[in-house]
Design a protein around this ligand. Structure first.
Ligand code: SF4
Length: 342
């Protein structure tokens, strides 16, 4: 059973105390007896304890930095959204393949931003510029935002903020089942709540520290009952002995557990496992015992932007994945929509 995230160590930037959320979080962790250290900037967070790289990495992932989002220029987030809305960075999960290992580099700790009103004002500006076209915001580009939100409720506020707009849409994805506080949010149908799912083998061996499949499915059913548009990202689709049966079991369980409310407007996004050479080095450093297969020889090289290519499955394997998933989705969710396979 994965417990809701609780940091072992908290850093707070002094300006965070000027914001109600900063003060609330300070008081909460103080009462709970969590060690709180003052820092002038998250870049000063250098003394994360640990005797070696792996210990420091693990400890960083249970460290929370409470600070401000200084740049209010949002990154783009094509193709699934126009912009990434910055609410937090980092994640307490330990998925061996996670891309945050390369994008966050030496700063794997979790940061939460307390200047939410400023972030919402920037989002309003972006919506205004595109109006009357809709503007989609993705909230999980740099973190698993749901996994932290039981502490901050920042995502909940964002759901309600976007819920009140005419042209805004929000989406995010999670591997955590701690969704109860989000069920009564006034989303007005403007948030698509997505769960990242995988078969039991992948969750067991490659996704430590995240909620198990049955927990995620149970949470998805609650979210559907709360009227949210629902989606699933099956990622990374990973070929291992028994993968066809593993993924069929996933779809079967989903079909058994999802309520009818979920079925009308259900989406699937399918993403095969891939890795880059720099990612392979980082993964092997962070998770030296990983079972994750990272053999370039077995894969097909796909040229990428900035000269960093990816290793994906061979063309025939990709065709097989597509066929098998299409078959399962037709069988178990004929009304749903596959957004893409990549
Ligand atoms: Fe990365 Fe998502 Fe796993 Fe967190 S839950 S470690 S963000 S893949």
């Amino acid at each position: 059973m994965v417990k809701p995230f609780m940091p072992q160590l908290v850093y707070i930037e002094p300006r965070a105390m000027e914001f109600p959320l900063g003060r609330q979080l300070y008081e909460k962790f103080d009462k709970l007896g969590v060690e709180i250290r003052k820092t002038t900037s998250h870049n000063q967070v250098r003394n994360i304890p640990g005797d070696n790289h792996q210990q420091k990495y693990r400890n960083a992932k249970s460290t929370l930095v409470i600070g401000l989002r200084k740049t209010l220029k949002f990154d783009t987030s094509k193709p699934s959204a126009e912009y990434a809305i910055p609410l937090a960075t980092g994640c307490m999960g330990h998925c061996h393949y996670c891309y945050l290992q390369t994008t966050m580099g030496s700063k794997p700790y979790i940061r939460t931003y307390v200047n939410t009103e400023e972030i919402f004002a920037a989002a309003d500006q972006y919506m205004e510029e595109r109006s009357p076209e809709p503007t989609r915001f993705e909230a999980s580009c740099t973190s698993d935002i749901v996994g932290i939100d039981h502490l901050t409720h920042t995502l909940k506020k964002t759901i309600e903020h976007i819920g009140q707009t005419k042209h805004g849409l929000l989406r995010f994805v999670t591997k955590f089942h701690h969704v109860d506080h989000l069920l009564d949010a006034e989303h007005n149908g403007r948030t698509r709540f997505r769960f990242s799912l995988n078969d039991d083998y992948v969750i067991k061996f490659l996704e430590p520290g995240t909620s198990r499949l049955d927990q995620r499915i149970e949470a998805a059913a609650k979210v559907a009952k709360a009227g949210y548009p629902l989606g699933f990202i099956i990622a990374p689709i990973y070929l291992h002995d028994g993968w066809r049966e593993g993924y069929e079991t996933l779809f079967k369980k989903l079909a058994e557990k999802l309520p009818n409310e979920a079925l009308d407007n259900l989406t699937f996004e399918l993403i095969q496992h891939r890795f880059t050479k720099p990612a392979k080095r980082v993964i092997q450093e962070n998770y030296p015992m990983t079972k994750l297969e990272l053999d370039e020889e077995k894969r097909k090289y796909k040229w990428g932007r900035y000269g960093i290519g990816k290793y994906v499955y061979q063309t025939e394997e990709q065709e097989e994945i597509k066929d098998v998933f299409q078959m399962y989705i037709d069988r178990y969710f004929p009304e749903s929509h596959i957004e893409y396979f990549t």
